[in-house]
Structures are given as C-alpha cells and as structure tokens.
Write a new protein. Sequence first.
Length: 260
Amino acid sequence: MESALTPEAALASLAWQIELGATEAIGDAPLNRYELPDRSAKPATPPAETAPIAPLAETDPVAEAEAAAGAATTLDALRETLAAYTHCELSRGARNLVFADGNPQARVMIIGEAPGREEDLEGRPFVGRAGQLLDRMLAAIGLDRRSDDPVCSVYITNVLPWRPPQNRDPQPDEIAMMRPFLARHVALVAPEVLILMGNISCEAGLGRRGITRLRGHWTEAHGTPALPMFHPAYILRNPASKREAWADLLSLRERLGDHP
Ligand code: URA
C-alpha cells in the first residue's frame, strides 16, 4: 500500500519522534497483520444485556482551566496546577513544563509565545537565539532578568508552557485553554506593565492579532497596562524591524521613569 505521507513529511515526523526519545522504528519480531482479528467486523450476535452506560460527564477544558487556575494562590501552586492539567495535548509531547524565568518582584512582565527546542530542553523561557536577542534588547535599557533588584529586573513567561511539535503555531483551542492560567499568572505577579511579544501574546491578552499595527501603542491586557512589541524571533528574521523595536524599548524605558 502506498503511504499518504510525502518523503519530507515522513522525514519531519521521524525527526520529531527521535526528538521525543524514540530509539527504534520497528519491532524485534515480524508481525503477520493478516492473522490479526479484523477489528472492523461487526459482532455476529449483540452483546448480552448489560447495565446502561451512564453518559460521560461533559468536560469543558476552559472551564476546568479557569477553576484550577483560580484556586492557585501562589506561583508555585500555579505551576503545580499547570503540571496537573491534562487537557492540553502539548503536555504529552514536551520534555519540560516551561513556566517562567526572572524576578517575580519585577515591575515588567514579558509574555512570549511558546517554548522552542532549547526552552523545552532547559525548562526556561527564551534561552535560544530569540532569547539571547531579548536579553540584549533589555540590557540596552538597563533591564536584566537575573537581577534581584525589582527595578532593574524582568519576569518572563509564555502563553503556552509546552513546546508545540515542530514549533508550529499555537492553535486557538490551546490558547483558550491556557489563557486562564496566564491571566492568573499575571494577577499573582502583579507587574506594573506587560510586554506582549508578538501576535500570539496579543491574541491571548487583547483578543486580536496584527502586531505591525498594534506594536508601540500602549493598551491594557489582563487588567494591566501593556505594550505590544515585535517578537525577537521576528526581529531576527527581519533586521529592518530593529528600528521600531528600539522605539518601543524607549517607550518602555520612558514609562518606567528614570530608574532603570
Ligand atoms: N519564543 C517564545 O515566544 N518563547 C520562548 O520561550 C522562546 C522562544
């Protein structure tokens, strides 16, 4: 039988499985599939009368996320609640839950999109190339995620805490499930300002995309003053956008006042 997969898709799927830890592609013993029972065949006789099966209680992943997130009263509790949340398929393919990095006392909270390969391996947000650029951008206005001083530090998280396969875009249902956790995360950190890095962060915080038009304009997200900015990964791909990114950093600097 011919495979429906293109060679490129098959290769990408294999690479993904290897990344997930698969070490073998075939079993030790051959399997004669002609001898396996035909699962599609209908049973000849109806099964003996059994007790009626109670309908499964409908679960609403977003309502469950809201209840779970709302019950978390500390950041540690929120992290544990996220780890125990089973409705998001991404958690099964990820190596690590990527919760946050930086200083929870910081005046500035940055919200990115989702972990990539390096973040998934390390369990910390923004540690790959985009993260290194983000650190340089912040340093240019006197901010550093490693600082203990709330005035100079930042706190960083993502809309999704798990890496999407092959870094694909987060899906609307995944964003909807994670939004209550993100809103609670912001409420517990209670920063003075939020930076929404890129379209996914804008979708989760503002309910809309369009970063080219949104960037640079102060707005409100999760009940907090917020500045949408280009995502550092976008800036890496489009060096011409550095000018606007710099203008937005200066706007943040100005908003924070004299003290870096
Ligand atoms: N991009 C993001 O949005 N977040 C990360 O943590 C890394 C890359």
